[in-house]
Design a protein around this ligand. Structure first.
Ligand code: ATP
Ligand code: MG
Length: 632
């Protein structure tokens, strides 16, 4: 047995011993009475009876050892803003913001909705909320007012924190009118108070007297006020966060406090290898789980500096990320395949202009990391690129290679092995039995879920049980709703979502398998494959591909030839059964705001149906292109 296997086995067989030791990584105001309380499955409580505070662990705890070290580095390539806050300064801003919230009546258990661009105040607001034992619900800045309204209704917040505007690609997106609309839509669930950080980007925002307060004014009024930490029981909710909505209506994930802090702290050593005093650069957004865990909480809990970046990866030029790595000596980076595919279309020289010697590893999550993208970026950077498979629900990785425990090899196209704490199994969808290596199954976790994973669906315990634990009638396991396969060494490959599985004449294919084959063709930059109803075969795959060089499309002959070539390539790789019936070429794929391909909407259009819930859709033109393609 490898050292890692042994480590993993211990975490599963003796969870209380394992996590009891891990709990020592954080500060407890009061130690727990029971490491794992599991008398009401599938609900479980980690570190029951213990008292702690996320903000204390992320900020206050570092004041003694590293007050003058960088804690939060903010860079906006949109506005040109660049500022570093030390731990002492961060503590001051956060405890003052908490005092401001307190003065507005926010206390333990109250919800605070945060609808903000990537600016320091967004992070201050998150930390200030949990400092008071209140619960944040961060909504991705720029989400349409209807999406914001449903999240307001769900959380019924006491306070909403926003900014006048965000900026993306040089374009100002005014937030305040969207907030006003959402407040209107939310009716009685709308909070009594809105705090607005005015960046001076949008035209003077309309301020509703008695409701809307200006942050700079409040900050001045409360200059010397500081709010004390409110200790909470380990299972007290720290936040609500919605899933990306790729498969339908987003779910409001509720996270605890102590278990989350412990899981993040341990992951920094065993998975990311980040050390106190170093800089962690996650290119995500605070609106997503990667932002919560690896922009805000994990780096700070571990005494690192976190780089908070507002902007695109290619503006002002495609070297911007690497320039920041050089300047701030980032040691660990976290990004998403969708962003790397954007960089891959640029001149690779941008990667070689800067001194990247500080960088030890790049982590990726969010979508399947296709082999061409993975090998391109790891060859260019010459550092390990590690794929992390996880979900908003889990809060931290479920599958990866834990280099901090044992340096096991990585395999292209595979995130790796079950992470310690997760008893991951591949199960047969019909029987619920474990499938052998080499066979496809549903990725499931045998409960109890480890620390850090969701406690429940906010306000809907039944939905938690019915959504995640009801795949099999008599086997109460957590289903990820993803499909995978495991090789003889135990390495997993994600094949796509169970909803998207394509059933051709009784053969079940993951979207990923066909997508990998299509994107192996050198002309293809990106592709989505969906199963489309077929009277004869049940379903046939159809591919929607973005070309590296779209000029090919102007020539109908070349286009037809390319379609044939791609189909032939899939046939040679996977056999005729997987052959896409059609390959449509588009300039853009419809994606969620978090950068995930909306296959369910592509499929619906291809079958002539309504595209469904589009509240999380990013740019509608991607969907229009699919509509035009299938109608042509
Ligand atoms: P919803 O649950 O609302 O439909 P979503 O599943 O896209 O949306 P997230 O929690 O943001 O919401 O994404 C988690 C999902 O992303 C996983 O279940 C999986 O399908 C996909 N995913 C994440 N990381 C990886 C990865 N490394 N490889 C393959 N797929 C991944
Ligand atoms: Mg999901």
């Amino acid at each position: 047995m490898s050292a890692y296997q042994e480590f993993h086995r211990r975490s599963i067989e003796q969870p209380d011993v394992f996590w009891g030791a891990e709990a020592q990584r954080i500060h407890w105001h009061k130690p727990c009475t029971q490491v794992l309380q599991y008398d009401n499955p599938p609900f479980r409580q980690w570190f029951a009876g213990g008292e702690t505070n996320l903000c204390y662990n992320a900020v206050d705890r570092h004041l003694a050892a590293r007050p003058d070290q960088a804690a939060l580095i903010h860079v906006s390539s949109e506005t040109g803003a660049e500022i570093t806050y030390t731990y002492r300064q961060l503590h001051e801003e956060v405890s003052r913001f908490a005092a401001i919230m307190q003065a507005q009546g926010v206390g333990k258990g109250d919800r605070v909705l945060i609808y903000m661009p990537m600016i320091p105040e967004a992070v201050f607001a998150m930390l200030a909320t949990v400092r008071l034992g209140a619960i944040h619900s961060v909504v991705f800045g720029g989400f349409a007012s209807a999406s914001l309204a449903t999240r307001i209704e769900d959380a019924a917040p006491k306070l909403l924190v926003t900014a006048d505007a965000g900026m993306r690609g040089g374009k100002v997106i005014a937030y305040k009118p969207l907030v006003d609309e959402a407040m209107e839509l939310a009716g009685s669930a709308a909070p009594a108070t809105v705090i607005l950080v005015n960046r001076g980007l949008a035209e003077a925002p309309m301020m509703k007297p008695g409701r809307d307060l200006d942050y700079a004014t409040l900050r001045q009024q409360h200059l010397d006020d500081r709010a004390e930490v409110v200790w909470v029981e380990s299972n007290h909710p720290s936040y609500i966060l919605y899933t990306s909505g790729t498969t339908g209506k987003p779910k409001g994930v509720q996270r605890d406090t102590g278990g989350y802090a412990v899981a993040l702290a341990s992951s920094m050593e065993y998975i990311y290898g980040g050390k106190p005093g170093e800089t962690f650069f996650s290119t995500s957004d605070i609106g997503w789980v990667v932002g919560h865990s690896y922009i805000v909480y994990a780096p700070l809990i571990c005494g690192m500096a976190t780089l908070v970046y507002e902007g695109l990866p290619i503006r002002p030029d495609p070297g911007i990320w690497w320039q920041l790595v050089e300047k701030y000596r980032a040691t660990v980076m976290f990004s998403a395949p969708t962003a790397i595919r954007v960089l891959k279309k640029q001149d690779p020289e941008w990667l070689h202009k800067y001194d990247l010697s500080s960088l030890r590893a790049l982590f990726m999550a969010g979508e399947p990391l296709d082999e061409p993208t993975a090998s391109w970026i790891s060859e260019e950077l010459k550092i390990p690129v590690l794929d992390n498979y996880w979900q908003t629900e889990t809060g931290w990785p479920m599958l990866t290679v834990c280099n901090g425990v044992e340096a096991l090899p990585t395999k292209l196209g595979s995130p790796g092995l079950p992470v310690y704490g997760y008893n991951v199994k591949l199960l047969d969808e019909a029987t619920g039995e474990e499938v052998p290596a080499g066979e496809k199954g549903v990725i499931a976790v045998i409960p109890p879920l480890p620390p850090g994973c969701m406690s429940t669906v906010w306000g809907q315990d039944e939905r938690f049980v019915n959504t995640y634990f009801s795949l099999f009638q008599d086997r109460k396991v957590y289903s990820s709703f993803d499909w995978g396969i495991r090789d003889a060494d135990g390495y997993f490959t994600i094949l796509g979502r169970t909803d998207d599985v394509i059933n051709v004449a009784g053969h079940r294919l993951g979207t990923r398998e066909i997508e990998e084959a299509v994107s192996g063709h050198s002309a293809i930059a990106e592709v989505a494959v969906v199963g489309v109803h077929d009277t004869l075969k049940g379903q046939v795959p159809q591919a929607f591909a973005v070309l590296r060089d779209p000029s090919v499309l102007k020539d109908p002959d070349k286009k037809a030839a390319l379609e044939k070539e791609v189909i032939a390539k899939v046939a040679s790789q996977l056999g005729a059964i997987a052959n896409p019936a059609r390959v449509y070429f588009v300039n853009q794929l419809p994606k969620t705001r978090s950068g995930k391909v909306l296959r369910r909407s592509i499929q619906a259009l291809a079958e002539g149906r309504d595209p469904g819930d589009l509240t999380t859709l990013d740019d509608p033109s991607g969907l229009e292109q699919v509509r035009e393609a299938v109608q042509s």
